[in-house]
Write a protein that binds this ligand. Structure first.
Ligand code: GDP
Length: 454
């Protein structure tokens, strides 16, 4: 772990040539260090939140670059320490030169995420907010950006804080009883306590269930297009991706290229996985049972199951639908080749909430997309705070487990100190989310995933 008093520096813009490059410096020695290199104004005398034009010079007084220097005096800065951002021309040579001059004057090169880590350690924001900064930088679409922004601005933390407060209230009632154990007083009736825990658990569970949606926002929805050979899977994939990435032919088994691609609907990515396996080789056709298809589907969160309405048979379709119903993965049944559909086959799917399309004619693809979107809306939780981070999910689950033990303890009339212990455990796990409880390993793990300069 770094010393909080170190003065650190790093390139904040991406490596490579750009019009401008920005170097950040943070720490108690920021102003004297930069002032040593900067000619144009005495930075020790300027007011905070101002920008100054000048030059960076080496020890031989040679000009390295003309730069703009922005100064943010602590605690009114990102890290709450003195921060300077040097904006120079975007040459890697210049930037490296300035960095090495800063180091020669006493700054240390920052580790990934160290600016944000300082911000956290100095109380600028809590851990969940710090993690949201990384998510915000990594955001690739509107949903990711909005969720990260909400979390960074404290939406999620407020929810956790609120839960913690309720739990603390609960703990204090139990502990008050502990203090008066001899007198056998009951400050809270048992049912009241159980009701309170139930209420807290409802909130926790809504957060837990929001993860599925949060994860979909962050990582996309792994989707498999499945169905018998020649059902039209490659054709559909092509139509959806709107480009000829898969090879389509009348001979089953011609799609061998590995393809993984996504479509975005309303900011959510549907990641088509295992598209290489969309086709099976001809000689294997006999062996492709529904079971095998199901095994393939296990990695998916959603299966688009295609049925060939032109060539399949009633019995086969019944068998496929039955197989799908046994699967734990939600599926969307697509009746393909409506342009040549046998009416009796189409009738079979009418009750199955199926979408009827012609992949080849690109007909009714909008209906299919609408159904895909419904799938997302259905996983959207009622809570407007969304959990996107697996670490937070785990802590929430551990909190929930501890609360289950609390209820069990109360029901079994266990002694209050045992119940209090489980409450403390619940408080501990909630505290892990916002960073009220941390370990060096945890921090290291979180901040090492950041980019350098943030
Ligand atoms: P896959 O084995 O499931 O990937 O099936 P393909 O996408 O390779 O399609 C098999 C055959 O069905 C090809 O000849 C396609 O042109 C044809 N096909 C796909 N979709 C349709 C459709 O909507 N209508 C008709 N009539 N033929 C289709």
């Amino acid at each position: 772990m770094s010393h909080i008093n170190d003065t650190i520096t790093a390139l904040a813009t991406p490596p490579g040539q750009g019009a401008l490059g920005i170097i950040r410096v943070s720490g108690s020695q920021t102003i004297p260090i930069v002032n040593d290199l900067f000619k144009g104004k005495d930075l020790t005398k300027v007011v905070t939140h101002t920008i100054h034009l000048g030059t960076i010079r080496n020890d031989e007084n040679e000009i390295i670059d003309e730069v703009l220097v922005s100064i943010f005096k602590g605690p009114n800065s990102y890290t709450k320490e003195d921060v300077i951002e040097i904006s120079s021309h975007g040459s890697q040579y210049i930037l490296q030169k300035i960095l090495s001059l800063l180091v020669s004057k006493g700054a240390r090169l920052a580790k990934p995420g160290e600016f944000t880590q300082k911000a956290f350690l100095n109380g600028r924001f809590d851990l969940a907010q710090a993690e949201a900064v990384a998510d915000l930088i990594a955001s690739e679409n509107a949903s990711m950006q909005q969720t990260a922004m909400k979390q960074m601005r404290g939406g999620f933390s407020d929810e956790i804080k609120n839960l913690r407060e309720q739990l603390v209230h609960f703990a204090s009632m139990i502990e008050l009883e502990l203090d008066f154990a001899e007198e056998d007083v009951e400050f809270a009736d048992r049912q009241g306590l159980i009701d309170l825990v139930n209420k807290i658990q409802t909130l926790i569970q809504s957060l837990i269930s929001s993860f599925e949606y949060g994860n979909a926002i962050k990582n996309g929805i792994p989707t498999v297009i499945a169905g018998k050979p020649n059902a039209g899977k490659s054709t559909l994939l092509n139509a959806l991706l709107n480009e000829e990435k898969a090879i389509v032919s009348d001979v089953a088994g011609t799609t061998r290229d590995f393809i993984e691609d996504s479509i975005y609907l309303d900011g959510i990515a549907f990641r088509f996985i295992d598209t290489a396996g969309i086709r099976e080789t001809e000689d294997k056709v006999e062996s492709i049972g529904v079971q095998r298809t199901l095994a393939k589907m296990k990695e998916a969160s959603l299966v688009i199951y295609m049925i060939d309405l032109a060539n399949d048979t009633t019995d086969n379709i019944r068998e496929q639908i039955e197989g799908l119903k046994k699967s734990s993965v939600p599926s969307l049944i697509v009746g393909n080749k409506v342009d040549e559909a046998k009416p009796e086959l189409k009738a079979l799917l009418e009750d199955e909430n199926a979408v009827f399309i012609s992949a080849k004619g690109k007909d009714h693809l909008d209906d299919l997309k609408a159904q895909l979107q419904t799938f997302v809306t259905d996983t959207k939780s009622s809570s407007d705070v969304i959990v996107t981070n697996a670490r937070h999910l785990q802590s929430l689950q551990q909190t929930d487990d501890a609360l289950n033990r609390v209820i069990e303890g109360i029901n079994m009339e266990m002694s209050n100190d045992l119940v209090a212990q489980d409450i403390r455990s619940a408080l501990f796990h909630l505290g892990e989310i916002t960073g009220e409880v941390t370990t060096d390993d945890l921090l290291e793990n979180i901040f090492s995933k950041f980019c350098i300069g943030k």
